[in-house]
Design a protein around this ligand. Structure first.
Ligand code: COA
Length: 150
């Protein structure tokens, strides 16, 4: 698998990006403001993440996703670790990520990659998404914020 930045002339992999966030409007906002990285196997895009500069010296990983048929093979972890490495190499001091209270595998993955929980944005998903989201039998209401020093 190779991970590289998406070129300006390439179309972002919306199918993958929407796996991580059902809102096209929010995804398009991230793409406009951030840098999109893709993972390829045999020239096929199978993974994605976007790095978004949020505050001085702080960057956030948004929209990390792996194509369904490639999930559970360690590629998501490789993407998150790659994002951390790129952020560090670019001179950022803090990297952040957020996920839903119902996103149990994602909370496990991010903590395994060194992130610590720093806060909860209560009712984030209720306020910003028109449809109710359920995962693992739990309503996704709150954004769990995680961070690590670089
Ligand atoms: N308890 C403990 N660990 C768990 C777990 C659980 N319930 N569920 C997953 N994990 C661990 C795995 O064991 C693995 O850790 P390990 O390498 O130490 O064994 C790690 O989490 C992730 O595994 P990996 O195979 O790298 O993940 P993946 O390739 O399936 O990618 C996602 C993870 C989240 C990117 C992928 O599932 C995806 O694209 N999901 C849809 C989009 C999405 O939800 N994006 C995130 C939005 S916040």
């Amino acid at each position: 698998m190779i991970i590289r930045e998406l070129n300006n002339h390439e179309k972002p992999p919306m199918d993958l990006l929407l796996l991580a966030d059902p809102s096209i409007k929010i995804v398009e906002g991230y793409l406009a403001r951030g840098n999109c990285y893709i993972a390829e196997v045999d020239h096929k895009m199978i993974g994605v993440y976007v790095l978004l500069s949020t505050r001085p010296e702080t960057v956030e990983i948004v929209n990390v996703a792996v194509a369904e048929e490639y999930q559970g093979k360690g590629l998501g972890k490789q993407l998150v670790l790659d994002a951390i490495q790129k952020a560090r190499a670019s001179g950022y001091k803090t990297i952040e990520i957020g996920t839903g209270n119902s996103s149990i595998p994602q909370l496990a993955l991010y903590q395994k990659c060194g992130f610590r929980i720093t806060g909860i944005d209560h009712d984030f998903f209720v306020k910003h998404y028109s449809d109710e989201i359920y995962e693992n039998g739990i309503q996704c209401r709150d954004m769990i914020r995680l961070s690590q020093n670089l």
